[in-house]
Design a protein around this ligand. Structure first.
Ligand code: GCV
Length: 649
């Protein structure tokens, strides 16, 4: 197992394999971090930090006209040179060298400039300070307790937070929100009398270039300030927030800003006062603006008390209906944080139409690294290919910009906790790393990013291990999709905790998540012609593509259309046969991945290998359960037998 403070630090970059003599020039707090990191690597692997004389690695702060997080890297005459205009860029440059390993000290190459494509690359922690009676300490957390909070307050020992800071810097993440967007009573006070605890965390993350953000409750002026209202247009409320922001910045001078979940799943918001979400967000942006902070205002707003009998309300429409009309009304310091799909982090959803509909709004795309609906870190499910598809989607078709180009920021719900392996399932570390690297460069090839993670995690991995890891991870998202809910229909999970199959688990619930399966067919009609009209929220060509069952991509068919079981997909199979076949295939693929992993036992550190092996037992059990429940349900509903006569119960 990697030590906490040396994870993703393989021996190839320093010592006999890499830099023997490193010269570091420049000053400033993050340059200190670079010095510490290099010193630690040399202590571990060999090599030394020198003050003069010859060197084969130069890390230098120069006045080269580079932006804040940028760096250059070149190799000439046996010396590798990294330059940046400040310590933050230099730190990223150092981690670039670490990623390259021995390759950073081989041959020569001209100066390359590296810069992030997005301004903010953030992890949202859904961590509660106090253990919540239903959600536990980390809402939808599958990696142990919180990294930040323990026994009702900030941890006393921050060694693990420091190690986390360096992991974040190693993959390019520059912001975290340290508490749950569902802000309970104790956590609300982090904004005011408990800000000191936030400041202590910020002090530990700052040397790694990570700014701290805080989730706040919209009702704070009432619940903390004793005001009678939280109306965003009320002067006393605005002054309360301005004063709160001043207190926060006095404690955390580089505080990033607030994250707000308003009018969503029971959280308070501006609707109570007949105000718009732009009114709410702009009030907070105004309070933060004098200090350089921003508010991340979430677009996850929908009616969670829907009557399942009501076919006119469509949860998928909600974010667009609420927010698209507000385009252009948000202040410069307000970022609209939009979930990548219109529903809720399902294994397959179309890309949210909001992302193509708000050109005059600063947008952040939110993905879920924590695997709430993708196996809860008990199943291996590497999400790189899914995120890459989302970021590569072009809302206006081929000639228009991609989501990765439209979004100025990327946010993931964190999958890390105080688990010894960081992420519960050790292979879920790949999701953390991949998110950071895709946030840095949304058009990066996710499979090359996976290679980087493999190189950092398994130093000098022999080809058999690299191939084995790719075999287990590359297709794992599609494998998971195959044995769970079919063709974009989503939500066939057990209610509440969302783990394991329950085909009708949400069918008659108030949450707006239905599949409408009956004896004849399945799916939600979201066409404009006969359904909820959701398909029309897209621009052309997508509105046309999704409108017709004939042109809708197979994998989203049941998201957009209600079709008979005998409907023939573009794959040539009927919907019902697709359901049966893919459930069987998904289980076979999970079983194969388990075998591949077992065959790597001689190449992986025993505790690491054992943890993954144990998770594979559960994954295979779970996949079979999914297969059998889903197939039996649809055989019983449709009465259509499997064309291949396999066992369905
Ligand atoms: C933090 C889903 C999850 C909730 C989560 C919510 C959100 O509904 O199940 O646990 O709340 O998304 O994104 O706010």
């Amino acid at each position: 197992m990697n030590g906490f403070d040396t994870a993703w630090l393989p021996p190839e970059a320093f010592g006999p394999l890499g830099a023997r003599r490193t010269l570091i020039r420049g000053s400033g707090p993050l340059v200190g971090t670079v010095r510490d990191e290099v010193a630690r690597a040399c202590e571990r692997f060999g090599g030394e930090v020198v003050r003069d004389g010859s060197y084969d690695l130069l890390l230098e702060v120069t006045d080269g006209g580079l932006g804040a997080e940028e760096f250059t890297c070149a190799r000439e005459g046996g010396t590798t040179t990294v330059t940046a205009s400040n310590g933050h860029g230099l730190l990223y440059g150092l981690f670039h060298v670490v990623r390259l390993g021995a390759q950073a000290f081989t041959g020569g190459w001209p100066r390359e400039v590296h810069r992030p494509a997005t301004e903010l690359r953030m992890l949202d922690h859904w961590d509660n300070v106090a253990v919540h009676p239903v959600m536990g300490q980390v809402e939808r957390g599958y990696a142990g307790g919180s990294l930040f909070w323990r026994e009702g307050r900030a941890r006393e020992d921050f060694a693990r937070v420091r190690a986390y800071g360096r992991l974040l810097a190693a993959c390019g993440i520059n912001a975290v929100c340290v508490n749950n967007v569902n802000v309970h009573a104790v956590e609300a006070r982090l904004l005011t009398d408990r800000i000191g605890e936030v400041a202590a965390i910020a002090d530990v993350l700052r040397p790694y270039g990570v700014r701290t953000h805080l989730a706040v409750t919209f009702a704070a002026p009432v619940v903390l300030g004793g005001l009678s209202t939280a109306d965003p247009l009320e002067p006393a409320v605005r002054e309360w927030w301005a004063a709160a922001a001043r207190t926060v910045y006095a404690a955390v001078p580089d505080f990033g800003g607030f994250v707000v979940k308003a009018d969503s799943e029971g959280q308070p918001g501006p609707f109570t006062y007949g105000r718009s979400h732009a009114d709410g967000a702009n009030m907070l942006a105004a309070a933060l603006a004098p200090h350089g902070g921003t508010v991340h205002w979430r677009a996850f707003v929908y009616d969670h008390r829907q009557d399942w009998r009501d076919r006119t309300t469509d949860r998928a429409r909600a974010a667009y209906d609420h927010f698209a009309p507000l385009d252009g009304e948000f202040a410069a310091g307000a970022v609209l944080q939009v979930k990548h799909g219109p529903m809720d982090f399902q294994v397959r959803e179309p890309v949210s139409p909001v992302l193509g509909a708000m050109p005059r709004t600063r947008l952040a795309v939110e993905v879920q690294a924590t695997q709430e609906y993708t196996g809860q870190q008990r199943h291996v499910c590497w999400l790189g290919p899914m995120w890459s598809e989302v970021l590569g989607f072009r809302p206006e078709g081929e000639s228009g910009p991609s989501v990765g180009e439209l979004a100025r920021e990327l946010v993931a719900v964190s999958n890390a906790g105080d688990d010894p392996f960081w992420t519960g399932h050790p292979l879920a570390q790949a999701n953390l790393y991949t998110f950071g690297r895709l946030a840095w460069r949304p058009d990066a090839d996710p499979y090359r990013v996976l290679d980087e993670w493999i190189g950092l995690t398994f130093p000098s991995a022999p080809a058999r291990l690299v191939e084995g890891l790719h075999a287990v991870l590359d297709g794992s998202w599609r494998t998971y999709e195959k044995y769970t809910a079919p063709l974009g229909v989503g939500f066939m999970v057990q209610s509440g905790h969302h783990y394991g199959p329950s085909v009708d688990g949400y069918e008659y619930s108030p949450w707006g998540t239905y599949h409408f399966a009956d004896r004849d067919g399945i799916g939600v009609d979201r066409s404009a012609a006969t359904g909820t009209g959701y398909a029309a929220q897209y621009a052309e060509p997508w509105s046309g593509v999704y409108e017709s069952a004939g042109t809708c991509p197979d994998e989203l068919l049941l998201f957009f259309h209600h079709v008979p079981y005998g409907h023939v997909l573009s794959s040539g199979r009927t919907v019902i046969q697709h359901i049966y076949d893919t459930r069987f295939d998904g289980v076979a693929e999970a079983e194969k991945a388990r075998r591949v992993w077992a065959g790597l036992v001689d190449l992986v550190e025993p505790a690491w290998h054992a943890r993954v092996a144990e998770r594979f037992e559960e994954q295979v059990r779970g996949a079979r359960e999914w297969r059998d429940q889903v197939n039996s349900y649809f055989l019983r509903k449709s009465g259509v037998p499997d064309a291949h006569g396999r066992l369905i119960h």
